[in-house]
Design a protein around this ligand. Structure first.
Ligand SMILES: Nc1ncnc2c1ncn2[C@@H]1O[C@H](COP(=O)(O)OP(=O)(O)OP(=O)(O)O)[C@@H](O)[C@H]1O
Ligand SMILES: [Mg+2]
Length: 452
């Protein structure tokens, strides 16, 4: 360890020479179109008095930094060579994170920097870095920039050119598995049939189920006229006074998620209906293909969700194009039959084109999911063929054909919820859980490698 001058015992010195320089070097200047610092950011925290009364006191955190290009906010708490980043400092930061409702916090002294994430009511150490010499700030800036690059919202499209292969089933189940482990998930329904919206209990799913005649049914559909949904979100996101929350509906599964897990995992839906048509998308003007991508990042919602999962219609419509252009990651489901495999070439070509045109920021194919697989020779043969023909694309864990999938979707339940009362469904539920873990691992892996 280098011998440090006594200047490093002074907090203002550490702030100026290490922290502020580091933020500038990490591409987060004090005030710019990319970032904004709020020094001495005030947080109200509770404190117990000597006679056990709860009082609220105002504390000041050294900085709240708003990273506007990634839409991430984080607190920065500075310690010196003398006060040091110790257990008390960690507890202090965790309290600030909790009561300021901020997701990330950075704790730094001249010897090390630690990054914490506050989710599911718990703080976790995300990563740390030993500072060899605080006079050399660049390595610290690199560490912080790499960290920020790995925590941005992740957007995934489930896409293929064929209908009825289980896209919506995947969307619902992957969203639920992600939410179960504490993620806030936004499902964007790009299909005007709105199956994902219905399966997640929005779009008046219960009322439509209970409609006894066509008139009632039409009345319910008519009530969508004034409701804000995907197409309105795309029309309005850059207008003054826009609030994305007006366009989003909570899934009916949130009640179960909250009760079961007491985590902040949830599913919200940006729904569609018959109103989301190609002609309405084309009316959005030039660059209509990029509207969803822009809207997802500029509407403020990227601070509130860890994952966006997009359900697409079975053909490359203007709506689908918006989806795949907004997707950092693409997953291609396919049944293991010759015609389905033939159809895989189309989404691969579309995604690769987008990947190449965006320097790899969009259109990364995570893999092909063999769907509705049965223990028959044909399926085994085709799986082997797919691995061989599409050698550079991973084969993700498969989902077997099971009647429980149809029953669960009829009950509007993800498989792992349905399996709580139907033991035969538990092995299918486990497949969705394994698949989701693999998807997350693969994204983690890709992001780690791209930030090196
Ligand atoms: N693993 C499975 N085993 C049995 N049935 C399944 C399985 N996966 C999906 N299904 C059933 O297949 C049908 C089509 O599934 P789903 O609606 O998810 O497909 P999709 O690709 O979204 O269709 P579309 O292209 O029409 O949007 C549904 O009835 C669903 O319950
Ligand atoms: Mg579907």
């Amino acid at each position: 360890m280098v011998q440090l001058s006594s200047d490093w015992n002074n907090e203002a010195y550490v702030s100026l020479h290490l922290v502020q320089t580091m933020l500038e070097m990490a591409g987060l200047p004090r005030k710019s179109s990319y970032s904004h610092w709020i020094p001495e950011f005030k947080v109200k925290v509770p404190r117990l008095t000597a006679n056990s009364q709860l009082v609220w006191t105002q504390k000041e955190v050294d900085f709240l930094v708003e990273d506007l290009s990634r839409y991430i906010n984080f607190l920065v708490e500075i310690k010196t060579a003398k006060t040091r980043l110790d257990a008390a400092a960690r507890i202090q930061l965790q309290t600030y994170l909790k009561y300021s409702n901020t997701r990330f916090g950075i704790l730094i002294d001249p010897f090390s920097v630690e990054v914490y994430e506050y989710t599911q009511g718990l703080p976790t150490l995300k990563c740390k870095h030993n500072i060899e010499n605080p006079e050399q700030v660049q390595p610290v800036a690199n560490f912080v920039r790499n960290f920020l690059d790995t925590v941005k919202m992740r957007t995934i499209a489930i896409y293929t050119a064929k209908g009825g292969v289980g896209k919506t089933t995947l969307v619902v189940n992957i969203a639920y598995e992600l939410a179960k482990i504490g993620n806030r998930v936004l499902v964007v329904d790009l299909d005007d049939q709105a199956n994902a919206s219905l399966s997640l209990g929005v779009n008046k799913a219960d009322e439509l189920d209970n409609a006894t005649n066509l008139k009632e049914f039409v009345q319910i559909l008519d009530s969508f006229k004034d409701r804000k949904e995907l197409i309105n979100f795309l029309e309005d996101y850059d207008k003054e006074g826009f609030s994305y929350k007006e366009y989003i509906q909570p899934s009916s599964l949130n009640k179960i998620l909250n009760v079961a897990n007491s985590t902040k995992g949830r599913i919200d839906v940006l729904p569609s209906s018959y109103k989301t048509t190609d002609s309405s998308i084309l009316k959005l003007g030039v660059f209509w293909q990029k509207k969803l991508d822009n809207a997802l990042w500029k509407s403020g919602l990227s601070n509130d969700y860890e994952y966006v999962i997009m359900d697409t219609p079975p053909s490359l419509t203007a709506v689908t194009q918006n989806g795949i252009l907004a997707a950092q990651y693409v997953i291609i489901p396919s049944q293991m039959e010759y015609l389905s495999v033939y159809a895989i070439r189309i989404p691969i070509k579309d995604a690769k084109e987008i990947h190449d045109n965006t320097d790899g920021r969009r259109g990364n194919i995570l893999g092909i999911i063999p769907m509705m697989v049965e223990n028959v020779k044909l399926h085994t043969t085709i799986k082997a063929l797919v691995s061989k023909v599409f050698r550079d694309i991973p084969l993700l864990p498969e989902i077997k054909r099971a009647t429980a999938v149809g029953q669960a979707s009829h009950d509007r339940k993800p498989l792992s919820l349905f399996a709580e009362h139907n033991r035969t469904a538990s092995s299918v539920a486990a497949q969705f859980s394994t698949l989701t873990k693999q998807i997350v691992n693969q994204i983690d892996h890709l992001e780690r490698n791209s930030s090196k």
